[in-house]
Ligand binder design. Structure first.
Ligand code: PLP
Length: 387
């Protein structure tokens, strides 16, 4: 990994210790440039001139192919979306829920898991079972707790693959075995995984999986991707549709949705510049290699956690065992609210982290472009504040 070259391609790193990829990753120059070029093309030639339209369609197709590669899935199982949350909602609002169906989630979840699930629960009168997790729970304990919540009525388990607040990597593969044996659907919120850890829909057997473009893939806001295992595609109804979702020719007296195809979820037009940014961003991270990125992020996180844990008054909220770790490192300073800590790290060191809730803490996102020196800057900054 040519770190110097990679860092030179991400301009913000020249003046900022950027550790907030878990919110939004810093874009590489070529990602922004590709988007600007496309905007210029539309500006100069017009947005719907034949060659511009044609190039736009090709970009959309390539973006979809790129997403399929990130998932290790086939193109027909993948849709480029506008964000993680949209993908999750497509599945939840598209399934035919039956009276009594239960959905299992956890209490350390992000709002993008909680809100759409509770909404569906309210709408269809479904019981939502919330599994209580402790920060100290091991993967085995988490698995047991979730397994204990399953009943003959459980239709779906829906969790984040990496928890946003602690960075815990959930035991999703093991959970898949448990749910599959019982005929239960497993949906994963991959907001913190795409571009961060290697994904393999083919091997893992997950049913539904949604990722963003703007975080660890280093694309722009307004892009993401959804995977739906082919065998489920027919049973997910498009909760909203439009001109792109009907079989041709359109007939006002007749509705025939595009069946068995991810296109049925497309309502109207999409942003080609943003999809191009998604495409270029996937190329950027894939040139480095997502397996290499995963390894490097874990190494940086291990180092940060070990050094932070040595500071008196600092508690590391992220798991220490490597198999449950990620590039997200959360910590708390005794007697201090997270928000002022975030502000001080910025004011004193131009270091960007964020506060998180449940459990409350400061979260540093360590991605492959970060350095050991930046980790030391964080540790030094926290040591000053903890004094
Ligand atoms: C676990 C989790 N889910 C969902 C989201 C929302 O992602 P998006 O804005 O791509 O929908 C986030 C991002 O903050 C997240 O951390």
């Amino acid at each position: 990994m040519d770190l110097e070259k990679i860092r030179s391609q991400i301009p913000v790193l020249a003046h900022t210790a950027y550790m907030n990829t878990g919110w939004s990753g810093p874009p590489p120059r070529q990602v922004a440039q590709a988007m600007k070029d496309r905007i210029d093309l539309e500006l100069e030639k017009g947005p719907i001139m034949p060659e511009v339209l044609e190039a736009g369609r090709e970009i959309q197709y390539q973006a979809r192919e790129a997403a399929a590669k990130v998932f290790n899935a086939t193109v027909d199982e993948v849709l480029v979306t506008r964000n993680t949350t949209e993908g999750l909602n497509i599945v939840l609002s598209g399934l035919d829920w039956n009276q009594g169906d239960e959905i299992v989630i956890c209490d350390m979840e992000h709002g993008s898991v909680i809100a759409p699930t509770q909404l569906i629960g309210q709408r269809y009168g479904l019981p939502i079972k919330v599994v209580h997790l402790e920060m100290s729970d091991s993967s085995e304990v988490i698995l047991t707790k979730i397994e204990d919540a399953l009943t003959s009525k459980t239709r779906m388990v829906f969790i984040s693959h990496i928890l946003y607040a602690t960075g815990r990597r959930m035991p999703a593969e093991e959970l898949r075995k448990v749910t599959k044996d019982r005929g239960i659907l497993l949906m994963l919120d991959g907001a913190q995984t795409g571009g961060h850890i290697e994904l393999d829909m083919y091997r893992s057997g997950f049913d539904f999986y949604s990722i963003p473009g703007q975080k660890w893939l280093l694309g722009y806001e307004g892009s993401g991707a959804l995977f739906i295992r082919r065998e489920h595609l027919e049973r997910i109804h498009p909760a909203h549709t439009g001109g792109r979702g009907i079989a041709r020719p359109a007939d006002a007296n007749y509705f025939q949705p595009v069946s068995d195809s991810m296109e049925k979820f497309l309502g109207g037009s999409v942003s080609v510049p943003v999809q191009l940014a998604f495409l270029e961003a996937t190329k950027f991270v894939q040139a480095v290699g997502i397996k290499n990125i995963e390894e490097r992020n874990l190494t940086l996180a291990d180092s940060a956690k070990a050094k932070l844990a040595e500071i008196p008054g600092v508690t590391v909220n992220s798991p220490l065992e490597r198999s449950a770790s990620s590039g997200l490192v959360s910590f708390a300073i005794a007697g201090q609210e997270p928000e002022p800590v975030v502000e001080q790290l910025w004011a004193n060191h131009r270091l960007v982290v964020r506060q998180v809730g449940n459990p409350a803490g400061v979260r540093a996102s360590l991605h492959f472009f970060n350095t050991e020196d930046e980790v030391d800057l964080l540790v030094g900054g926290v040591r000053e504040l903890a004094r």
